[in-house]
Structures are given as C-alpha cells and as structure tokens.
Design a protein around this ligand. Sequence first.
Ligand code: UDP
Length: 260
Amino acid sequence: MENRVPILNLWVDPVTMGQALDAVTGFVERGTRVHSIFAVNPEKNFSVPKDPSLYESFKNADLLIPDGVGVVLAARLLHGLRLERVPGVELMHSICALSARRGYGVFIFGAREAVNEAAVNALRELYPGIRIVGRANGYLGEEAEAGLVERINRSGAQVLFLALGSPKQERWLARNAEQLTHIRVCQGIGGTLDTIAGTVRRAPDAWIRLGLEWLYRLLSDPRRLKRQSVLPLFAAAVATARLRGTKLPCRGAGGEGAGL
Ligand code: UDP
C-alpha cells in the first residue's frame, strides 16, 4: 500500500474496514495472483524480524491490518495518525459477507477438525448463500501439504482463510503461494475459527470499546501471559522512540512491497 506506516520494526496500512474490503474486491476481481493479508500486533513486532524470510513475507504483504489497540496507539504516538482498528476477526466476517454477496468461493483451512467443521457450519448460517467450497483442519502434517494445495486449487476458491496461528500460517503461505492457482486473497486469521465455533469467547463489546480485548484474552487464557509479556516492552519502545522524536518516514508511493 502506498502510505504504509512504520511501527517500530514492522508496518501497518492505515486502512478503514471499508477500504480493506474495497482492496479485497480488487484483489479478487482484478488480481492475477495471491494477495496476502496479515495482522500486525506488538508481539509480531519483536518476533517477525528474528526470521528473515518471515520478515520478507510481512514486508511484501499486500495488506497489513491494524489488528489491535497497541498498534493503533503506537501510530498515534509515533506519527500523530488516528487509525481505525481493523480486527482480523471482524475483517474475516466482512470478507465472508462480501463473498456471499459476490459469489466468491471460500476455502477454510486450519484449527482442529471439530472446530473447523463447527465454524464452517456457523458461517453458512451467518452468511446465507456463502460458497464455502472446501475446508481442511490444520493438523494434516507437512506430508499432506502438496495434496492440500491440489484440493484448494481444484475447489476453485478465490478466498483462503488460514487459521494455523502465527507464524505458522504466514510460513505456510510463503511456501505455497506460487502453487495456488485460483486463490486471489489469503487472510491469516489465527485463532478466529475458535471464536466462530464458540470454543473460545471473544471479549464483550464494552471491553473491545475500551481497548481491553488483549486483557480479556489474557484473563481467560493465562497461558497467553508469556506471549503478552511483550506488551510492556512494546509500550516502552514506542515511548522511547517518541521521546527521541524518532519520526520514521511513512513509505511513499513506489516504495517496497506490493501495492494495494
Ligand atoms: N493450529 C492449527 N495447526 C497447528 C497449530 C495451530 O490449525 O499446527 C490452530 C489452533 O487450533 C488454533 C489456531 O491455530 O485454532 C491458533 O490460535 P491462536 O489464538 O494461538 O493464534 P493467534 O490468533 O494468536 O495467531
């Protein structure tokens, strides 16, 4: 995207939900290759740069959505930008609604078998007419990968949701993007199928509005503590960059990475 915004070690695209959906429509209806959509959050800010090929995947992603409040606040402090939060889970729902309206074929890959099946059933109820043309759980093993890619291609799906968690899903796409012949949009959705299937509850609206979804997730699954322990580090790094007046240049047109 033209005006991609640097946030410490990564970037984010300053899109609204509506603009993200317009981009998806363009990817499906005018694209000739797979376009990747990944979420950016404080945890990835530290983990992604440690792996050069993962870092490349993020750098070349077609859409990096401001998934959480951490990145939105960082953009405000570092660049004075007021970004709208575009949570991956909400973008996935919106892409499903769009796909139902416009007849895009959807393939849903990831999560445990029962979760995947329940989520697909729930999506069919939520979005009548949606063409979910294939699904697979996320525990097939690497030896089944070529067969799965073949299945995705034969399904004719244009939209692929990858629910393997990060960084598994981004690595899977890096390995397989060139073999995907019909997919035009691929969104990494992490644990979203668990919330759709109802095995994991999303935070109540009031918590989301207060920017406390991360705290709700932490309280409901304390095993996330290790992962979320980077939040204070992220806040400190943003504060330090702000105090130093580090105003990283926002990427201009013609910069690195693929365009929207
Ligand atoms: N998962 C999977 N295959 C794997 C590992 C994980 O399908 O080999 C699924 C897991 O069942 C869960 C999701 O990936 O549904 C990971 O959820 P998490 O909330 O950890 O991901 P995040 O949203 O934090 O990236």
